[in-house]
Design a protein around this ligand. Sequence first.
Ligand SMILES: Nc1ncnc2c1ncn2[C@@H]1O[C@H](COP(=O)(O)OP(=O)(O)O)[C@@H](O)[C@H]1O
Ligand SMILES: Cc1ncc(COP(=O)(O)O)c(N)n1
Length: 268
Amino acid sequence: MTPPVVLTIAGSDSGAGAGIQADLKVCAALGAYGTSVVTATTAQNTLGVFGAYPVLPDVVTAQLDAVLADFSLRAVKTGMLGTPEIASVVAARARAGLLPNLVVDPVLVSTSGHRLGVVGAAERLLPYALVTTPNSAEAAAIVGRPVTTPTEMADAAREIASGGPRYVVVTGGDRTAGTEAVDVLWTGTESQMLSGPRVDTPHTHGTGCSFSTAIAVRLGLGDPVPDAVRFAKVYVAAALAGARHWRLGGGRGPLDHLGWNRTTADND
Ligand SMILES: Nc1ncnc2c1ncn2[C@@H]1O[C@H](COP(=O)(O)OP(=O)(O)O)[C@@H](O)[C@H]1O
Ligand SMILES: Cc1ncc(COP(=O)(O)O)c(N)n1
């Protein structure tokens, strides 16, 4: 059967743990055909980001138009946008109704602490998002106050939804305390706590990218949003567990994107 086509609009990670490279692996792992529009090139590895170079807005437009002219998209995910001008190019296509099932991951800072985006760029896309997936630091930057507790995550999710996205997931992967990884989903009518066992691993490079792309793929396969979000959380946890003994690079390594349905015993 022909797979559903998903588009990722994101930055390139030369270490291939996050960004476009992670997104295409998630598409392949979960049964979608991934297409890609590159917004920026980063010089990056497991130790950090050593440079980030946005692509010219016209080059983003040309890539977008090439993909849109030839493929029938079932879902779209945005990650690192590079600049507000690039975000505007993407927002124009979203406004025209060309980016279905839009999942916006408002990438602002890498796990290693390098600035990759500005709130103003992500905010240009939020009015058109079906789902947005800020981590708690990104949610804090959007609402302008600290977001640490589950109650604060729920309040922030509801407030971010008032800016356009029907569903908001504030993820808690960067909150290291506790044995559970807790995310909060705002469904438009209520907030739901999504809790799963925290995988004990330093190799968390690309979790946010993988999570948002997994949501987009499942939407492309026909899942309702809450099911897509729950699936994505289980998928990321399995991909984290699969790579926890890997030694790729000297820092925060990538996930095991492709081995997500191996048994836990296989991973030890
Ligand atoms: N150590 C972990 N164990 C289990 N799930 C995790 C872990 N770290 C992150 N996650 C999950 O990964 C998904 C992405 O969240 P997060 O890591 O917060 O994104 P980001 O990379 O943008 O900071 C969320 O569902 C979160 O709960
Ligand atoms: C090109 C690119 N896009 C996104 C991220 C964020 O991923 P993470 O928060 O897991 O470092 C990244 N490091 N690089």
